[in-house]
Design a protein around this ligand. Sequence first.
Ligand code: MLC
Ligand code: AMP
Length: 504
Amino acid sequence: MANPLFDTLFGQHIGSDAVFLQLPGNQNLTYASFLDMAARYAGLLTDFGLVPGDRVAVQIEKSPQALAVYAACAQAGLVFLPLNTAYTADEVSYFVENSGAGILLGDDTKKHALAPIAERCNARLETLNADGSGSFPDKAAAFPRTFDTVSRDESDLAAFLYTSGTTGRSKGAMLSQGNLLSNARVLLSEWRFTSDDVLLHALPIFHTHGLFVATNIILLSGGQMIFLPKFDLDQMIAELPRATSLMGVPTFYTRLLSDARFTKDLAQHMRLFVSGSAPLLAETHVQFEDRTGHRILERYGMTETNMNTSNPYDGERRAGTVGFPLPGVELKITDSKTGKTLAQGEIGEIEVRGPNVFQGYWQMPEKTAEELREDGFFITGDLGQIDPDGYVTIVGRNKDLIISGGYNIYPKEIELILDEQDGVLESAVIGVPHPDFGESVIGILVAKPGENLDLDGIGENIGKSLARFKQPQKLVVVPELPRNTMGKVQKKALREEFAAILSR
Ligand code: MLC
Ligand code: AMP
């Protein structure tokens, strides 16, 4: 095959009048129209001088056009690099520079902030707005509706997704065509997607969940998506009766359950609810079944690995577990210190190997070597256990990570910024329970001797460089941080001490 990713996901639909996207306002977009748009974009990107393997960085709102940029990259052999729309210019700057992207696509409202970044990094800047307007689509209109698909193979890179690290520096996870395709194929079959499916899509499309898990499965199946710009409870309630399936983070499910309009009748047409990206409380699972008669199917994945495990479609979906390793994925529980496989039932580090596992971190061979073993096993940083029936449970994390509403937040990144603030001696950032987001960020500060900290000023200042969702919901000052005999900050003790801080 000339270009496995494009041909398999997109190429099979060229010229098809079947509906691909249902958009708010009763507008439908067919596969043919979507792919015409993608071909024009591929023509333009190539005309800009981008060649196979070049990175295309995008920080654009969710729209059919934004998704067409992904398709265009696949068709032109370019590497798609989507960025969270909440990132500040400081954050975007790092990604553009680190990836060496040849082009940065942004929203017109952010053009002013992005222009100096593009200039400094020698990247071209074009705009694409939420409503589909912008310099990029304007220029693309002059290009033909067909494009000669660039030849690629499964080992070629298809996307970079940046994931923050425990050192505070983001790493570009390199995903190949084969990584994406193998996972899409397995999930399609495991979750029984067909062209009759209508997926209610309310996730962002700059992360694995909304971009690859949800979108690639629908493309492969030839089904449709009700494509919402974001999660909006009223819109979800209005659209659910027309959908067959939903994929969401746990916050989606707790929010739906909080609304009395969400009833068994409303979910009558649905065949599948999938949850992932963060732990789903067993209690939510039970409440959901009581309310709708449906058992949520929980699965477990990562940016670096796509999806690793899933509860079964047929058979028991066990609350509090993430199910079994997917076909083709090997999963073992190891001793964090020795790397040796532990006996069944013991708690240890989850390691995975398979065609889903990424190719390494862009230009960071040492980081890659720390997490990706030579034998192909990836050390996830999650702690797990396998029960006698083979169900995997995630019991904790061996990495200092907070997951808020499905977004990963690495404390180190925030601590580095807090430590630089006026009067701050040191800081510790922890996650505490939050009723809506699961976990929320709290910053704990120690002042330099004799200093009085201006917490409002610090909060405002860090907001200039940190995306809103990463900013601590509360800053507190303590005389000193608890440490163990090795001098390491005891975050567990801090989490216990401040567990109820948000309700105080
Ligand atoms: C928004 N806000 C958040 C937040 N999302 N704060 C903390 N955590 C979050 N996740 C803040 C905004 O900055 C804003 O702050 C306020 O909340 C309201 O913003 P909003 O845009 O109206 O929020 P809302 O639409 O309610 O978003 C919540 C959400 C969204 C949960 C629907 O965050 C979401 O769609 N999350 C999904 C993330 C995801 O796709 N993860 C997958 C990663 S892939 P203020 O103060 O300005 O009001 C992965 C691998 C795998 O993990 O296994 O899937
Ligand atoms: P990311 O790096 O954004 O891809 O996030 C991956 C991390 O999300 C994993 O390493 C887990 O810690 C977490 N995660 C994903 N799915 C689940 C799940 N079903 N239950 C618990 N944690 C999950």
